[in-house]
Design a protein around this ligand. Structure first.
Ligand code: NCC
Length: 277
Protein backbone atom coordinates (compact mmCIF):
# COMPACT_ATOMS: atom_id res chain seq x y z
CA UNK A 1 0.00 0.00 0.00
CA UNK A 2 2.61 2.50 1.05
CA UNK A 3 4.54 1.83 -2.15
CA UNK A 4 1.49 2.57 -4.29
CA UNK A 5 0.83 5.76 -2.39
CA UNK A 6 4.34 6.99 -3.00
CA UNK A 7 4.43 6.18 -6.70
CA UNK A 8 3.31 8.95 -9.04
CA UNK A 9 4.10 8.54 -12.74
CA UNK A 10 6.96 10.72 -13.95
CA UNK A 11 5.12 11.36 -17.20
CA UNK A 12 2.34 13.01 -15.18
CA UNK A 13 4.90 15.28 -13.49
CA UNK A 14 6.22 16.29 -16.90
CA UNK A 15 2.72 16.98 -18.25
CA UNK A 16 1.83 19.06 -15.21
CA UNK A 17 4.80 21.38 -15.82
CA UNK A 18 2.74 22.59 -18.78
CA UNK A 19 5.68 23.51 -20.97
CA UNK A 20 4.22 25.77 -23.66
CA UNK A 21 4.92 28.53 -26.14
CA UNK A 22 3.85 32.12 -25.47
CA UNK A 23 0.66 33.30 -27.18
CA UNK A 24 -0.54 36.76 -28.21
CA UNK A 25 -3.24 36.70 -25.55
CA UNK A 26 -0.76 36.07 -22.69
CA UNK A 27 -0.20 39.09 -20.42
CA UNK A 28 1.86 41.23 -20.63
CA UNK A 29 2.25 40.49 -24.35
CA UNK A 30 -1.42 41.22 -25.09
CA UNK A 31 -0.60 44.86 -24.27
CA UNK A 32 2.83 45.04 -25.88
CA UNK A 33 3.65 45.58 -29.56
CA UNK A 34 6.22 42.79 -29.17
CA UNK A 35 3.42 40.26 -28.59
CA UNK A 36 2.07 40.92 -32.09
CA UNK A 37 5.17 39.19 -33.44
CA UNK A 38 3.94 35.85 -32.09
CA UNK A 39 2.38 33.64 -34.77
CA UNK A 40 -1.39 33.22 -34.67
CA UNK A 41 -1.03 29.58 -35.70
CA UNK A 42 -0.85 26.70 -33.27
CA UNK A 43 2.50 25.05 -32.58
CA UNK A 44 1.54 22.02 -34.74
CA UNK A 45 -0.95 21.55 -37.56
CA UNK A 46 -3.47 18.66 -37.55
CA UNK A 47 -2.66 17.59 -34.00
CA UNK A 48 -5.39 14.92 -34.21
CA UNK A 49 -3.40 13.08 -36.88
CA UNK A 50 -0.16 12.99 -34.90
CA UNK A 51 0.52 9.44 -33.77
CA UNK A 52 4.26 9.05 -33.41
CA UNK A 53 7.06 11.53 -32.77
CA UNK A 54 10.83 11.24 -32.70
CA UNK A 55 13.14 13.45 -30.68
CA UNK A 56 16.70 13.31 -31.95
CA UNK A 57 19.23 14.16 -29.27
CA UNK A 58 22.48 15.56 -30.62
CA UNK A 59 24.57 12.94 -28.82
CA UNK A 60 27.87 11.73 -30.29
CA UNK A 61 26.72 8.13 -30.01
CA UNK A 62 24.17 8.68 -32.77
CA UNK A 63 27.14 8.35 -35.13
CA UNK A 64 26.98 4.98 -36.85
CA UNK A 65 23.48 4.25 -35.53
CA UNK A 66 21.83 3.88 -38.96
CA UNK A 67 18.59 5.09 -37.38
CA UNK A 68 17.83 7.63 -40.10
CA UNK A 69 15.06 5.69 -41.81
CA UNK A 70 13.43 4.85 -38.48
CA UNK A 71 13.57 8.50 -37.38
CA UNK A 72 12.05 9.75 -40.64
CA UNK A 73 9.12 7.31 -40.30
CA UNK A 74 7.65 9.40 -37.46
CA UNK A 75 4.91 12.00 -38.01
CA UNK A 76 6.93 14.66 -36.19
CA UNK A 77 10.70 14.90 -35.88
CA UNK A 78 12.21 17.26 -33.31
CA UNK A 79 15.85 18.37 -33.42
CA UNK A 80 17.97 20.82 -31.43
CA UNK A 81 19.94 23.97 -32.03
CA UNK A 82 22.17 23.81 -35.10
CA UNK A 83 22.36 19.99 -35.27
CA UNK A 84 22.61 19.23 -39.01
CA UNK A 85 21.02 16.44 -41.03
CA UNK A 86 22.97 16.98 -44.24
CA UNK A 87 25.81 14.48 -44.46
CA UNK A 88 24.37 12.49 -41.55
CA UNK A 89 21.13 11.21 -43.11
CA UNK A 90 21.88 7.52 -42.61
CA UNK A 91 22.22 8.01 -38.85
CA UNK A 92 19.80 10.84 -38.02
CA UNK A 93 17.43 11.07 -41.01
CA UNK A 94 16.52 14.15 -42.99
CA UNK A 95 13.03 15.13 -41.84
CA UNK A 96 12.72 18.04 -39.41
CA UNK A 97 9.37 19.33 -38.14
CA UNK A 98 10.53 21.43 -35.21
CA UNK A 99 13.78 22.75 -33.79
CA UNK A 100 14.12 23.68 -30.15
CA UNK A 101 16.86 26.30 -29.91
CA UNK A 102 18.45 27.94 -26.89
CA UNK A 103 18.96 31.69 -26.69
CA UNK A 104 22.69 31.41 -27.39
CA UNK A 105 21.89 29.94 -30.77
CA UNK A 106 19.40 32.72 -31.49
CA UNK A 107 21.90 35.38 -30.43
CA UNK A 108 25.47 34.43 -31.30
CA UNK A 109 26.57 35.69 -34.73
CA UNK A 110 28.19 32.38 -35.72
CA UNK A 111 24.76 30.70 -35.87
CA UNK A 112 23.24 33.48 -38.02
CA UNK A 113 19.75 32.63 -36.75
CA UNK A 114 17.91 35.17 -38.91
CA UNK A 115 19.37 33.89 -42.19
CA UNK A 116 20.83 30.37 -41.94
CA UNK A 117 18.85 27.82 -44.04
CA UNK A 118 18.84 25.31 -41.17
CA UNK A 119 16.35 27.52 -39.27
CA UNK A 120 14.03 28.01 -42.24
CA UNK A 121 10.87 26.11 -43.17
CA UNK A 122 10.67 24.38 -39.80
CA UNK A 123 8.80 25.24 -36.64
CA UNK A 124 11.08 27.01 -34.15
CA UNK A 125 10.66 26.97 -30.39
CA UNK A 126 13.25 29.25 -28.80
CA UNK A 127 13.88 29.43 -25.08
CA UNK A 128 15.78 31.42 -22.48
CA UNK A 129 15.44 30.74 -18.76
CA UNK A 130 15.52 34.25 -17.33
CA UNK A 131 15.64 34.56 -13.55
CA UNK A 132 14.03 31.84 -11.42
CA UNK A 133 11.31 34.01 -9.89
CA UNK A 134 11.35 36.78 -12.47
CA UNK A 135 8.21 38.16 -14.12
CA UNK A 136 7.78 38.10 -17.88
CA UNK A 137 8.40 41.88 -17.87
CA UNK A 138 11.74 41.26 -16.13
CA UNK A 139 12.56 38.61 -18.69
CA UNK A 140 12.17 41.06 -21.56
CA UNK A 141 15.00 43.15 -20.16
CA UNK A 142 17.14 40.51 -18.44
CA UNK A 143 17.17 37.37 -20.56
CA UNK A 144 20.45 35.42 -20.25
CA UNK A 145 21.00 36.14 -23.96
CA UNK A 146 18.88 38.80 -25.66
CA UNK A 147 16.97 36.56 -28.04
CA UNK A 148 14.28 39.18 -28.69
CA UNK A 149 16.21 41.24 -31.20
CA UNK A 150 16.93 38.36 -33.58
CA UNK A 151 13.49 36.87 -33.01
CA UNK A 152 11.98 40.12 -34.19
CA UNK A 153 14.28 40.27 -37.23
CA UNK A 154 13.39 36.68 -38.10
CA UNK A 155 9.64 37.18 -37.69
CA UNK A 156 9.63 40.36 -39.78
CA UNK A 157 11.69 38.69 -42.47
CA UNK A 158 9.52 35.55 -42.51
CA UNK A 159 6.02 36.61 -41.36
CA UNK A 160 4.53 33.23 -42.30
CA UNK A 161 7.03 31.30 -40.20
CA UNK A 162 6.01 29.27 -37.19
CA UNK A 163 8.61 30.64 -34.78
CA UNK A 164 7.61 30.71 -31.12
CA UNK A 165 9.11 31.63 -27.77
CA UNK A 166 8.79 29.11 -24.96
CA UNK A 167 7.20 30.48 -21.78
CA UNK A 168 10.18 30.75 -19.38
CA UNK A 169 7.92 30.17 -16.37
CA UNK A 170 7.03 26.81 -17.85
CA UNK A 171 10.74 25.97 -18.19
CA UNK A 172 11.18 26.57 -14.47
CA UNK A 173 8.05 24.53 -13.68
CA UNK A 174 9.71 21.68 -15.55
CA UNK A 175 12.79 22.17 -13.37
CA UNK A 176 10.46 21.84 -10.35
CA UNK A 177 9.00 18.60 -11.75
CA UNK A 178 12.55 17.31 -12.07
CA UNK A 179 13.21 18.29 -8.47
CA UNK A 180 10.05 16.43 -7.38
CA UNK A 181 11.26 13.34 -9.19
CA UNK A 182 14.73 13.65 -7.65
CA UNK A 183 13.21 13.83 -4.14
CA UNK A 184 15.85 14.64 -1.56
CA UNK A 185 18.72 14.43 -4.07
CA UNK A 186 19.27 18.08 -4.94
CA UNK A 187 19.60 18.93 -8.61
CA UNK A 188 21.43 21.92 -10.04
CA UNK A 189 19.58 25.23 -9.97
CA UNK A 190 19.98 25.55 -13.72
CA UNK A 191 17.27 25.01 -16.31
CA UNK A 192 16.79 21.61 -17.95
CA UNK A 193 18.54 20.98 -21.27
CA UNK A 194 16.85 21.73 -24.58
CA UNK A 195 16.31 17.96 -24.90
CA UNK A 196 14.17 17.70 -21.78
CA UNK A 197 12.33 20.95 -22.55
CA UNK A 198 11.61 19.53 -26.00
CA UNK A 199 10.18 16.33 -24.54
CA UNK A 200 7.87 18.28 -22.23
CA UNK A 201 6.78 20.56 -25.08
CA UNK A 202 6.01 17.65 -27.41
CA UNK A 203 4.38 15.10 -25.09
CA UNK A 204 1.00 16.90 -24.78
CA UNK A 205 0.71 16.83 -28.60
CA UNK A 206 1.91 13.29 -29.21
CA UNK A 207 0.64 9.92 -27.92
CA UNK A 208 4.02 8.21 -28.37
CA UNK A 209 7.47 9.76 -28.36
CA UNK A 210 10.66 7.91 -29.34
CA UNK A 211 13.59 9.76 -27.81
CA UNK A 212 16.72 8.80 -29.72
CA UNK A 213 20.07 8.36 -27.94
CA UNK A 214 19.11 10.45 -24.91
CA UNK A 215 19.77 7.68 -22.43
CA UNK A 216 23.18 6.60 -23.74
CA UNK A 217 23.33 3.24 -25.56
CA UNK A 218 26.27 0.86 -25.90
CA UNK A 219 27.45 3.05 -28.82
CA UNK A 220 28.61 5.54 -26.17
CA UNK A 221 31.81 7.00 -27.58
CA UNK A 222 32.72 10.06 -25.49
CA UNK A 223 31.95 12.48 -28.29
CA UNK A 224 29.81 15.50 -27.52
CA UNK A 225 27.85 15.62 -30.80
CA UNK A 226 27.36 13.29 -33.75
CA UNK A 227 28.30 16.21 -36.02
CA UNK A 228 31.63 17.21 -34.45
CA UNK A 229 34.85 15.57 -33.31
CA UNK A 230 34.83 17.21 -29.88
CA UNK A 231 35.35 14.72 -27.04
CA UNK A 232 33.42 15.71 -23.90
CA UNK A 233 31.46 13.31 -21.68
CA UNK A 234 29.94 16.30 -19.91
CA UNK A 235 27.65 16.74 -22.91
CA UNK A 236 26.16 13.31 -22.20
CA UNK A 237 26.15 13.23 -18.40
CA UNK A 238 25.76 16.92 -17.67
CA UNK A 239 27.87 19.77 -16.42
CA UNK A 240 25.67 22.85 -16.40
CA UNK A 241 22.22 21.37 -16.99
CA UNK A 242 20.78 18.81 -14.53
CA UNK A 243 21.15 16.34 -17.39
CA UNK A 244 21.73 13.11 -15.44
CA UNK A 245 18.52 13.66 -13.44
CA UNK A 246 16.63 14.40 -16.68
CA UNK A 247 17.83 11.15 -18.17
CA UNK A 248 16.93 9.12 -15.10
CA UNK A 249 13.46 10.64 -15.21
CA UNK A 250 13.14 9.91 -18.92
CA UNK A 251 14.20 6.31 -18.31
CA UNK A 252 11.55 6.10 -15.59
CA UNK A 253 8.94 6.98 -18.26
CA UNK A 254 10.27 4.49 -20.79
CA UNK A 255 8.07 1.58 -21.92
CA UNK A 256 10.52 -0.02 -24.41
CA UNK A 257 12.63 -3.07 -23.53
CA UNK A 258 16.33 -3.02 -22.61
CA UNK A 259 17.37 -4.16 -26.08
CA UNK A 260 15.67 -1.14 -27.60
CA UNK A 261 17.05 1.37 -25.10
CA UNK A 262 20.62 0.19 -24.65
CA UNK A 263 21.42 -1.53 -27.97
CA UNK A 264 19.45 0.62 -30.41
CA UNK A 265 19.31 3.81 -28.35
CA UNK A 266 15.54 4.24 -28.54
CA UNK A 267 13.57 5.27 -25.49
CA UNK A 268 9.77 5.10 -25.89
CA UNK A 269 7.58 7.41 -23.82
CA UNK A 270 3.78 7.29 -23.87
CA UNK A 271 1.63 10.28 -23.10
CA UNK A 272 -0.13 9.41 -19.84
CA UNK A 273 -3.88 8.95 -19.77
CA UNK A 274 -5.58 11.90 -18.07
CA UNK A 275 -7.21 9.46 -15.63
CA UNK A 276 -3.78 8.31 -14.52
CA UNK A 277 -2.51 11.74 -13.48
O1 NCC B 1 24.63 20.23 -27.14
P1 NCC B 1 23.20 20.58 -27.37
O2 NCC B 1 22.63 21.21 -26.00
O3 NCC B 1 22.88 21.44 -28.54
O4 NCC B 1 22.38 19.23 -27.51
C1 NCC B 1 20.97 19.21 -27.70
C2 NCC B 1 20.34 18.24 -26.72
O5 NCC B 1 20.77 16.89 -27.00
C3 NCC B 1 20.98 16.17 -25.78
N1 NCC B 1 22.39 15.68 -25.77
C4 NCC B 1 23.37 16.33 -26.43
C5 NCC B 1 24.66 15.82 -26.44
C6 NCC B 1 24.92 14.63 -25.76
N2 NCC B 1 26.16 14.06 -25.79
N3 NCC B 1 23.94 14.00 -25.09
C7 NCC B 1 22.68 14.49 -25.10
O6 NCC B 1 21.78 13.90 -24.49
C8 NCC B 1 20.67 17.13 -24.63
O7 NCC B 1 19.35 16.89 -24.18
C9 NCC B 1 20.75 18.49 -25.28
O8 NCC B 1 19.83 19.40 -24.70
C10 NCC B 1 21.13 22.78 -25.14
O9 NCC B 1 20.54 22.02 -24.34
O10 NCC B 1 20.59 23.73 -25.72
C11 NCC B 1 22.62 22.49 -25.41
O11 NCC B 1 23.17 23.52 -26.26
C12 NCC B 1 24.61 23.61 -26.31
C13 NCC B 1 25.01 24.76 -27.27
O12 NCC B 1 24.56 26.01 -26.78
C14 NCC B 1 24.38 24.52 -28.67
O13 NCC B 1 24.70 23.21 -29.13
C15 NCC B 1 24.93 25.51 -29.68
O14 NCC B 1 26.29 25.32 -29.88
C16 NCC B 1 25.20 23.80 -24.93
N4 NCC B 1 26.67 23.88 -25.01
C17 NCC B 1 27.35 24.95 -24.70
O15 NCC B 1 26.83 25.98 -24.31
C18 NCC B 1 28.86 24.85 -24.84
C19 NCC B 1 24.82 22.60 -24.08
O16 NCC B 1 25.31 22.76 -22.75
C20 NCC B 1 23.31 22.44 -24.03
Amino acid sequence: DSFEEQYYPSSCLVMEAGVRVLRRKDPPFNKLPFGRLFPRQKLFRNVKNIKTCAIVSSAGSLAGSKLGRFIDSHDIVMRFNNAPTRGHEADVGSKTTIRVVNSQVVTKPEFDFAHAPIFRNVTIAAWDPGRYNGTLEDWLTSADYDLFTNYEIYRRRYPKSRAFLIDPHSVWRLWQSLQMFAGNRAIRRNPPSSGFIGLALLLPHCPQVDFIEYVPSTRLNGRCHYYSKEMNSGCTFGSWHPLAAEKLMALDMNVADDMSVFQFGILRIRRPDKLLC
